[in-house]
Design a protein around this ligand. Structure first.
Ligand code: PAF
Length: 332
């Protein structure tokens, strides 16, 4: 026979764990862009789906426009367990896991369909599987889109027109080397400081998809938009491993299912907006010029040493899988 006090203690332990299973869980999702950008729209959709799938038990509050800090600061906060969710550019993650660097290699993807095939395939899964060792869990890839150069000096007609411009880049060595490789003066900084830097002429130029140029109102401080399309930028929906490990298996499944639904929504929204905002930016006064395929090929040629450096840096095997996956996606 068990003494009474032991039975009472066991019953209390069972009651406590049942209570924690029903307990409300609060999480924070930080984005670097305003409410109108697909990154934040996707975060809000994700929050809504998580809440719906857990009968309102897990609540995800979205803090947009860098309220929780820059992408780098949020990445560190997720690792430390003081923030739960974020969706930074995969270029930012390359600072932690070098293999992510392949995704940003210039002039790799021809269109979004190729990017989806690579990111949702074995290579994408292999990249995400490396995050837990760095204190993060990757749930999905979202889209920022093809990046174009804007500036207030001149249209980029020829590859040489980028030379001499002070170009803000992401705080990532691939992007710094990419623009240095094109002869620009690369100035890394967080996107949250960028409008002021463009307005005060601390930098002449920046590069981002139409959605970012519009959401950040860069049309107020930049005259020329040239469709360099020099890199496809994927975002990664990531969660703090410290938080993830505390969730029950059922809650993890609900969060993963919410991530899958939010991914379809985020990508669809990003594509619809990128298609529609070009005309809107022209209407808002930007001078838009299409960079010819020949000049893009010349830019790619100039960037061969950078491509070689980051292909080697990401690891031979990852690079081989990356280029093979693109080839595969191109097959009719
Ligand atoms: O330019 C940047 O910093 C990035 O495109 C983004 C997505 C705005 C922040 O990761």
């Amino acid at each position: 026979m068990q003494p009474f006090w032991k039975i009472a203690l066991a019953a209390a332990a069972i009651a406590a764990s049942a209570l924690s299973g029903a307990q409300e869980i609060k999480a924070r999702f930080g984005t670097s862009l305003p409410d109108s950008h697909p990154q934040t729209l996707g975060a809000r959709k994700f929050a809504e789906r998580v809440e719906a799938k857990t009968a309102g038990r897990i609540k995800v509050a979205v803090y947009s426009a860098g309220q929780l800090g820059s992408d780098l600061q949020m990445q560190a906060a997720l690792q430390g367990g003081t923030q739960e969710f974020a969706a930074p550019s995969t270029a930012t993650l390359a600072g932690l896991v070098k293999d992510f660097g392949v995704l940003g290699l210039p002039f790799s993807f021809a269109d979004e369909k190729e990017a989806d095939a690579v990111l949702d395939g074995p290579l994408g899964r292999k990249l995400l599987a490396q995050l837990p060792a760095r204190g993060l869990v990757g749930l999905a890839f979202w889209e920022n889109g093809f990046r174009n150069v804007t500036n207030n000096k001149r249209p980029i007609v020829r590859a040489e027109d980028i030379a001499g411009l002070k170009v803000r880049t992401m705080q990532n060595s691939l992007y710094i080397d990419m623009f240095s490789g094109l002869g620009a003066n690369a100035v890394p900084m967080s996107v949250t400081e960028l409008f002021t830097a463009l307005e005060s002429h601390a930098v002449d130029a920046q590069e981002n998809p139409y959605t970012v140029v519009h959401a950040q109102k860069f049309y107020d401080v930049q005259k020329y938009l040239s469709t360099t399309g020099h890199a496809y930028d994927a975002l990664a929906l990531i969660v703090s491993k410290k938080f993830w490990d505390r969730l029950s298996a059922a809650d993890r499944q609900a969060v993963q299912a919410a991530a899958a639904e939010a991914t379809v929504y985020e990508r669809t929204t990003s594509r619809a907006l990128n298609a529609q905002l070009r005309a809107e930016l022209a209407h808002l006064g930007m001078q838009i010029n299409d960079v010819s395929p020949q000049e893009r090929a010349r830019m790619r040629e100039k960037l061969q040493p950078v491509i070689a450096k980051y292909t080697a840096g990401a690891g031979e095997e990852t690079a081989r899988e990356f280029f093979a996956a693109i080839e595969q996606a191109r097959k009719p």
